[in-house]
Design a binder for this molecule. Sequence first.
Ligand SMILES: *Cc1c(COP(=O)(O)O)cnc(C)c1O
Length: 393
Amino acid sequence: MKYPRPTIPLKPTLCWPTFTGYHNPTVSSILDNKFVLKVTSGRVAIALALKDGGISSNHKVLVPAYHCTSMIEPVVWTGASPVFYRIHNDTSVDLNDIENKIDSTTKAIIVTHYFGFPQNMNLIRSFCDRYGLTLIEDCAHSFFGVFNSQAIGSVGDYAIASAMKFFPIYDGGILASSKNNVSTINLKPAGWRFHIKTTLNNMEYSFEYRRFPLLRIVLKLPFYIKDLFWKKIKTRKESSEQSLGPGASDGAYEFDPKWLYTPTSFSSRLILSTSSKAHVTGLRQRNYNILHNALSDLKGCIPLFRELPNDVIPYIYPLLVDYPEKVFPILKKKGVPILRFGELLWPDMDTTICDNTMVLSRKLLQFPVHQELKLLEINWMITEIVRAINSSL
Ligand SMILES: *Cc1c(COP(=O)(O)O)cnc(C)c1O
């Protein structure tokens, strides 16, 4: 079924700074770790972490059954075998299940802080120490956060994040560590065409949602020329591997090693370093709480988490819906920006590997809480969600 383009952006878009009074200056981010490397995507950062950690073929890497395939592709690329472990119904890691799956070739584990809510890293760290596992914290949903008063990501041997999920940027992945000096990994600067493409794409997404109406008119001609130019290059290079932007930036799930050593583009770095972190975190929490207050007591759904702790900066609002097969298409058709994490799973995933994953990947709908949502947009979204869920009962 074809759905219309949503009227509200699914991810942050560039826009003029606004003064809302919502600030949370206290929360740190993955960038506060001792060593930081800025690459083009989270999946590239996973691949670099595995490589730096000495993972190769003949090794096994533990990965969560509840995943997106872009987390698994880099594991397969190293030649190692992914071994899927169970999670509990609140997305916390099932260490008993993991214990049963470990053998002498199991070398690393990827642990995801789903939707911004940290796992119990004390337990997981001591477990990894006991079995000699390299611990990779997947902070794709938790760019911001703390654990034991330290920046999120500091407990693992490595941590990765996807900056595109929290900032209005076309490309951006983080590899961080408090233990291994990842900042010395040699990156090769990209060519000028990459920087032009990323700069234009950073603006284009925001124009699509009419965030800069005047600028959009001024730049109409340059964008027209860009589109012509890119179409030409694309058809010319269709057969070769060359592409000007990482697939990760265009919503694809695959891992392309071509981007392994490319640093984050100039324009994305600039936006990342100039965005107010206090503003982003304060507004995400505000938006989450508005959705939570409106939906947590509604019949036909239940929030994944009962409350939002002060130091959790949410990626999205996760809501478990009783009849997702009815609700999801209604909301899509209305133009509510909505996704399901783990909707597409690695082949052969089933309830014997993780019963909870199969439920979550079907029932959990994720609604945006990003900083550029306007109150009017959130209220419209709530009205549509309530209507869709009521009509599903
Ligand atoms: C998106 C995502 C990734 C990969 O990040 P990209 O920047 O898209 O490569 C890894 N882990 C999780 C949990 C994700 O949601």
